[in-house]
Ligand binder design. Structure first.
Ligand code: CA
Length: 639
């Protein structure tokens, strides 16, 4: 049919409109329309509905039709802009995979066609197993980790046209290939999961390196690579039994997003009217930014004004706030997430700025994903030190307002903060190690503590080595402790070589420093060890030993937890499952100290021999334990 039309058009001397394929070049090879999104779909989803966004000059004046067994158009929605159509499809169960044409007929008899593809799913839904407490996550800022392909560093068709490694806020050239090239390094350290910050197109005039100002939700940023390189990363990780987490942003887009020039509806983004009235002088105007009053999501006394101020304000004035209460926007975001899970075979999603989005939408979003992928994992970012809020967002929480998030994992900023305090503070009744002892006691509030993400730092906060004032022993104690907790641990790239931001503590550009050895000509190479100091090599080895031990320890993954109140600058944590018991000891004393083991007799270790996993030394657990120096000790009964 399409061939016939094509021949007819050529014969009649008509040129096909939009024959140059400018959009979605990574994904679709044969579109003749500006955009059809999602660019493809799959058969055999539980949810048989699919809503296509079609963007093309005057497409609103057309009538779409499809002739393909099992696929029918349920409803066609025109938009405020005549350059959009939203088409509701139903894909019946047992529909066969394949390609079909969507025919757009105009009143004057003209037509346009778009070939759409329904693919077979690569694996069964249960096989999309999300990250969990058996995993350890390596968080990477892709622009700053490794430059695998120098020829993709600059794209003259995009707004930010330079790279400059001397400028911490410019692009440095790191990319997806750089991560793929170094999977062995990451795996050898003992990590099982990689979370790169977003790699989708950020066609912004500046600051595009961080990835959180997405301007095309279906396109890999060419400076990070191609869709096939993203797939290659996912496949190479999968081959090693590792997981890939995609960092997604449902709350906002970048101001250079293509739809900011032609909104489908009046309420596509929040504060849209103000933007449309002032966009010509945008640099001189200030949109209503979020008041960041995130507690309004839970506060029973919160005013509507404060609540809307949090949820509807823009994150910053270059990141428009998406209106997820618009049902077409809601569908767009949900389908986009599923498209990426299915395309890459993801092992999880990290969702940015969770409490800034419409919370009912976020529940629907997570629910839709978990409905299709029952074993999947999503972690939502809420930067709160309040365990009540951390618990509120987790699936199954008995919330007073009845809210069900459908979210498996939340982030433990509270415990992160406690860990830092525990080592920076002196020991008194209410300072020092008591902070982690009492912090962990808050687990009574969480539905599933082991599904919560713990970390020493991340790409938005001062590096742990800086937060702990350059104290190597304290840093080791903090890291080994968080790796023993009933949690999913995440470590930021470069922690293993003591990367820091002492020069300008908290500066985002500096926190995201280049990983040495990631660029041709780097004098220091942390991948090979060349040029590292003894202290860096020592930390690298420490992380490697603890992580590789953790990887095989079911007691750490899902064992019982028991801890004893800190005494005399020491704190004991036990994790046990079946015949395996792990003892994690924190000792802040510079001078030797003798510990009376009678205190721990309920653990049942008397007379057993344990192995120190860092020194391989054997210890008889009897009456006393002599701790000779400051530091952490990890003992196991299973060796
Ligand atoms: Ca590059």
């Amino acid at each position: 049919m399409r061939k016939l039309i094509l021949l007819l058009l050529i014969f009649m001397g008509f040129a096909y409109e939009n024959a140059d394929i400018t959009s979605n070049k990574n994904q679709v090879s044969n579109t003749y329309l500006e955009r059809v999104e999602p660019p493809n779909w799959w058969i055999d989803f539980k949810d048989t509905s699919l809503q296509l966004l079609v963007k093309e000059n005057n497409i609103g004046a057309s009538k779409p039709s499809i002739s393909y067994k099992g696929v029918r158009i349920e409803k066609v929605h025109s938009a405020k802009s005549n350059n959009y159509l939203f088409i509701d499809l139903v894909i019946d169960k047992n529909t066969k995979s394949g390609k079909f044409d969507i025919l757009f007929s105009f009143e004057d008899g003209k037509t346009k066609t778009h070939t759409y593809e329904l693919k077979d799913r690569q694996k069964s839904p249960e096989k999309y197993v999300g990250f969990n407490s058996s995993d350890a996550i390596y968080l990477i800022t892709p622009d700053r980790f490794s430059n695998g392909i120098e020829s993709n560093d600059i794209n003259q068709n995009l707004n930010e046209k330079t790279i400059n490694r001397k400028d911490n806020y410019a692009r440095h050239g790191g990319d997806i290939k750089g991560i793929t090239n170094n999977i062995n390094y990451i795996a050898d350290l003992g990590f099982t999961t990689v979370w790169p910050c977003p790699v989708l197109t950020n066609d912004m005039f500046s600051g595009s390196y961080h990835g959180y100002a997405i301007t095309d939700f279906y396109e890999v940023d060419s400076r990070f690579g191609t869709l096939s390189e993203y797939k290659e990363l996912a496949n190479e990780l999968d081959k090693k039994g590792m997981k890939l987490i995609m960092d997604q942003v449902a709350n906002h887009c970048g101001i250079e997003h293509w739809w900011m020039k032609d909104f489908p509806f009046e309420d596509w983004v929040n504060n849209q009217k103000y933007y449309e009235e002032n966009k010509e002088n945008w640099n001189h105007k200030t949109v209503k930014v979020s008041n960041h009053r995130r507690t309004t999501n839970q506060d029973s006394y919160a005013s509507k004004s404060d609540r809307n101020g949090n949820n509807e304000g823009w994150f910053v004035d270059t990141m428009p706030d998406l209106n997820q209460r618009n049902p077409f926007m809601a569908n767009y975001i949900i389908q986009n997430s599923i498209w990426w899970i299915e395309t890459l075979g993801l092992g999880g999603i990290r969702q940015d700025t969770y409490p800034y989005s419409d919370k009912q939408f976020m529940s629907n979003w997570a629910g839709a994903i978990m409905n299709e992928y029952p074993n999947f994992s999503i972690v939502g970012e809420e930067w709160s030190y309040n365990p009540l809020l951390i618990g509120y967002w987790q699936k199954g929480a008995k919330n007073k307002d009845g809210y069900e998030s459908n979210l498996r994992s939340t982030m433990d900023f509270a415990m992160q903060n406690n860990i830092i305090s525990a080592f920076n503070e002196n020991e008194t009744w209410d300072t020092g190690l008591v902070k982690i002892y009492e912090g962990l006691a808050n687990d009574f509030h969480y539905v599933t503590p082991k599904d919560i993400l713990i970390f020493g730092d991340n790409h938005d906060m001062s590096r742990i080595f800086t937060q702990l004032k350059g104290d190597i022993i304290n840093t080791k104690m903090a890291l080994s402790y968080l790796l023993m907790l009933p949690r999913i641990p995440q470590i930021y790239y470069g922690t293993e070589i003591l990367m820091n931001d002492f020069e300008k503590p908290g500066d985002h550009g500096l926190i995201r420093t280049d990983f040495p050895g990631g660029w041709n000509g780097d004098i220091v190479n942390a991948f090979t060890g060349v040029g590292l100091t003894d202290a860096q090599k020592d930390m690298q080895l420490f992380i490697k030993k603890v992580l590789n031990f953790r990887r095989k320890s079911e007691a750490i993954h899902e064992g019982e937890t028991l801890h004893f109140a800190p005494e005399n600058g020491t704190y004991f944590l036990f994790r046990s499952k079946n015949d395996e018991t792990i003892v994690h000891i924190i000792n802040k004393n510079d001078k030797p100290i003798s510990i009376d083991l009678n205190r721990f007799k309920e653990v049942g270790l008397q007379g057993k021999t344990l192995k120190n996993i860092l020194t391989d030394e054997k210890i008889l657990w009897n009456k006393t334990l002599e701790l000779s120096k400051k530091g952490s000790i990890i003992l196991t009964t299973k060796f």
